[in-house]
Design a protein around this ligand. Structure first.
Ligand code: G1P
Length: 295
């Protein structure tokens, strides 16, 4: 196995306004919306930790402080819970190791590419991961590992740049970044020969879409520096990545697991139902409840 510089940092672009969930997201960040009892950002951070990532870089904006609070120690809460003899382990995953959470601000929403570029000084000269917390990636029911852990394992083999992809019905491709697949490297890994952001359905090079998890080399920051506006008038990460193809290895990995699009209401409800149904502490009751409701 070739040795590639390990992925220890992850960027979480969380400055978005969450307009699709208004009014729910008027006063709370959309990343704090809970699927059963964990906010979306917690799922993403847990997935990062499982993959061996140590430093979490949040690209935030105004009104997003609840995300950082979530990973702080809530002293009064813990003290009161202790006094009342309550189990504090429920808070374990929301406690960050001191120094592990870093925030930078994106002052104006100018697109995903611009958000990532805001983290350039902290990323420095290392490969880094990106998580879009809207995309909830969950291992298969029988177990298995998270999406980023699978990607890190593949990255250790091929190095370079790696994005997670999944197939969607052709008519949906225009909402996503789409890859032109090249040589199939293994069952789950293919080379990427092209990338296009939100193409018209007829012009899409495939139905394999970029699904919110990336491992990129730091050179992408240099490309983003001068990246002009693309689809939707935004500075697109996809456009900057496209320019890296041919200069460095570029692969796409298919996640062996499940993906819920929690950026849409339907996807969010589906995720809530799916995860509630498989919870040991409530699954049976949720099933009975759903059957009752379906009458
Ligand atoms: C972003 C990316 C797109 C990707 C999508 C995944 O788009 O630009 O390439 O396919 O996330 O959810 P957005 O959903 O921010 O428009």
């Amino acid at each position: 196995m070739t040795s590639h510089k390990p992925v220890k940092k992850a960027v979480f672009p969380v400055a978005g306004l969450g307009t699709r969930f208004l009014p729910a997201t008027k006063a709370i960040p959309k990343e704090m919306m809970a699927v059963v009892d964990r906010p979306l950002i917690q799922y993403a951070v847990d997935e990062a930790r499982e993959a061996g990532i140590e430093q979490m870089i949040f690209v935030t904006g105004r009104g997003k402080t609840a995300i950082v609070e979530h990973f702080d120690m809530a002293y009064e809460l813990e003290d009161t819970m202790k006094e009342r003899g309550k189990d504090l382990s429920v808070l374990d995953s929301s406690r960050a190791t001191p120094g592990d959470i870093i925030t930078v601000r994106q002052q104006v929403p100018m697109g995903l590419g611009h958000a990532i570029w805001c983290a350039r000084a902290i990323v420095g000269d290392e490969p880094f991961a990106i998580f879009l917390p809207d995309e909830l990636m969950i291992p298969n029911k029988g177990g298995g590992t998270g999406c980023m852990k699978q990607m890190v394992e593949a990255y250790n083999e091929v190095g370079g740049n790696l994005i997670s992809v999944l197939e969607v019905p052709q008519e949906e491709v225009s909402s996503y970044g789409v890859i032109a697949p090249g040589k199939q490297v293994s069952d789950t890994l293919t080379e990427v020969t092209g990338l296009v952001e939100k193409p018209p359905v007829a012009e899409a090079p495939s139905n394999k879409i970029v699904s919110g998890r990336y491992i990129l080399q730091p050179e992408v920051m240099r490309v983003l520096e001068t990246q002009g506006k693309g689809a939707g008038g935004e500075i697109q990460l996809t456009d900057a990545m496209a320019k890296m193809i041919g200069t460095q290895p570029f692969h796409a990995a298919t996640f062996a697991g499940r993906r819920f699009d929690c950026g849409s209401k339907l996807g969010f409800v589906e995720a809530t139902l799916a995860l509630a149904l498989e919870r040991e502490d409530m699954g049976a009751e949720v099933r009975a409840m759903a059957e009752r409701l379906l009458g």
